[in-house]
Design a protein around this ligand. Structure first.
Ligand code: NAP
Length: 249
């Protein structure tokens, strides 16, 4: 029971990749999923190996129950338990309410909120087998105060993740499984690249934050590592902002 295992959805790139590397560095065996980007999944594994870590990836669409069930089968054949589950996979949605179709609504809620439910419910048996376990959900400042570019749809999906986190912490607390979330503001990844790809745009986004900067994926990964591991053993049901002091939309 000395080995430590983590499963990260969307661990192939962006924030998920940083989390994968942080936990590999911390001695975890790292399992992660990608959706479409096999090249990124391979590259992340190469990076894990480069720092002396171990792991493997699977393909999974978090919004699809069958895909999640297949993923669980594959992972549970290879690992005895999971100490940490990170629900990281997500998609951005922008635009005003007038432009949000029901198809777009279902797609974004499907990945960002239903995906968190499906993966958590399906993978729970592996967490229950672990000597200690915790779940981290990647929410967003958009689910707390809104965010300048994100739509009401994206905000609603991430607010849902926060409610899910708070209630699940109460439910799983007696079993010793902690559940927390992080709520980043802008983080330098593909997701928001087009809003920070010129010096002028970067300046505008930096100025939204009292710390006058933009988060790096590593800033999120470090908070996730703290919240997921036993150093934070009495913290559950919390949402930690990674927002450079930003409190408004
Ligand atoms: N970047 C930000 O400013 C920011 C701020 C606050 C919160 N967040 C949240 O942080 C999380 C990670 O975002 P990121 O910035 O790292 O974004 P990213 O670079 O765009 O990566 C998104 C990840 O989600 C995966 N994914 C997308 N749709 C999926 C699906 N249907 N099933 C399974 N996986 C799927 C992608 O897989 P493929 O690579 O295979 O497509 C990729 O690994 C998201 O939940 C996002 O909402 C981001």
């Amino acid at each position: 029971m000395d080995d430590k295992y983590i499963f990260i959805t969307g661990g192939d790139r962006g924030i998920g990749r940083s989390i994968a590397l942080r936990f590999a560095h911390g001695g975890f065996k790292v399992v992660y999923s990608y959706h479409r980007n096999l090249d990124a999944a391979r590259e992340t594994l190469r990076m894990i190996h480069d720092i002396g870590g171990e792991g493997f990836y699977i393909r999974m669409d978090v919004s699809d129950l069958d895909s999640v069930a297949r993923g669980y089968k594959e992972v549970s054949k290879k690992v005895p338990y999971l100490n940490v589950l990170v629900n990281n996979a997500g998609v951005l949605s922008v635009g005003r309410i007038d432009d949000i179709s029901i198809e777009e609504w279902n797609r974004v809620i499907g990945v960002n909120l239903t995906g968190v439910f499906l993966v958590t419910k399906t993978f729970l048996p592996l967490l229950r087998r672990a000597p200690w376990a915790s779940i981290i959900n990647i929410a967003s400042i958009a689910g707390q105060t809104g965010n300048v570019v994100a739509s009401t749809l994206y905000s609603a999906s991430k607010a849902g993740v926060i409610g899910f986190t708070r209630r699940l912490a109460v439910e799983l607390g007696p079993e010793g499984i902690r559940v927390n979330a992080v709520a980043p503001s802008f983080v330098e990844t593909d997701m928001v690249r087009e809003y920070i790809d010129t010096p002028e745009k970067r300046e505008r986004i930096k100025n939204l934050h009292p710390l006058r900067d933009i988060a790096k994926p590593e800033d999120v990964a470090e908070a996730v590592y703290f919240l997921a591991t036993p150093t934070s053993r009495f913290i559950t049901g919390q949402v930690i902002g990674i927002n450079g002091g930003r409190l408004t939309c």
